[in-house]
Design a protein around this ligand. Sequence first.
Ligand code: ATP
Ligand code: MG
Length: 328
Amino acid sequence: MTRVFSGMQPTGVPHLGNYLGAMKQFIPLQETGESFYCVVDLHALTVPRDPEELRRRTRELAGFYVAAGLDPDKATIFIQSHNPDHAEGAWLLQCVARIGELSRMTQFKDKGQGSESATAGLFTYPVLQAADILLYQTDVVPVGEDQKQHLELTRDLAERFNKQYGDVLTVPEVRIQKVTARIMGLDNPEKKMSKSAASEANYVSLLEEPKSILKKFKRAVTDSENEIRYDPEKKPGVSNLLTIHSAMTGHSIDTLVEKYQGKGYGHLKVDTAEAVIAELEPLQARFHNLMKSGEIDDILATGAKRARAATAETLTHMKKAMGLSLQG
Ligand code: ATP
Ligand code: MG
């Protein structure tokens, strides 16, 4: 059976990019394989955060997984730090990873900006990510396009480990959506939508009120022409709106381009906002119910047990292969 693993950081309320690039593709995958969806709270520690807020965001993100359609009877939903094997496996892989390859990670360069005061965790976090994935003997990792480089590193580490220590780890495949792999910022369609963006105008969060969604789409940066056509290179703003609209309604981009021929950008913006509101309103209602009823805490307790049970054997194999002394 295919094993699927993916994770998201509890660094803020998830946005449309996280939803369309990652979360939404989790839902059909739970039908075809054994899947594990993790809230990667250890990763969130790589940048200083308010502890109470981190705890709250962690629980909330699990709630978004379920509100978006993950079924806890089909998929394991859990918090990374509830399974200590992740941190232990990461250490083992840090002794396989090389400083040179970690220095080439573009996300480290972006987030750390070459600063001496960036944490050591920010530097080694792709190795923790590799451990997250490899400990589950994962076959498929559904992610957004920005994670491609980290997934290549994960594959390299698995291959190197197997070469050095014997065939222990499955080398996973990355699965990136074709059209929604990279949702761009509404305030700047040259850069990806991001939870840690400087301005709130960059993203639409999954908890955003209808009024605010409409306002943000109306203000979305486009271009000075007046032609609706899909061309991510030359018309990133309009193409981003078409992508979001298409992903929300299921209408193909071609159909939308035809529909909006001769109409102004204003029409496309308002209709896209309405399509987003129509999908988010029921999701928000499910989310609030889960949070209030406490159901999410039961789901996470079960998830932690299942996650620990799933990684124990691989971690033991890794330790044995590397020459660590085994207990009892
Ligand atoms: P941060 O800015 O804190 O890194 P983020 O918005 O990049 O937050 P992550 O938690 O790092 O979110 O990523 C979760 C998942 O969402 C990953 O699979 C990532 O590839 C995907 N993702 C993030 N941003 C986008 C985007 N703009 N378009 C499509 N997918 C995205
Ligand atoms: Mg990110």
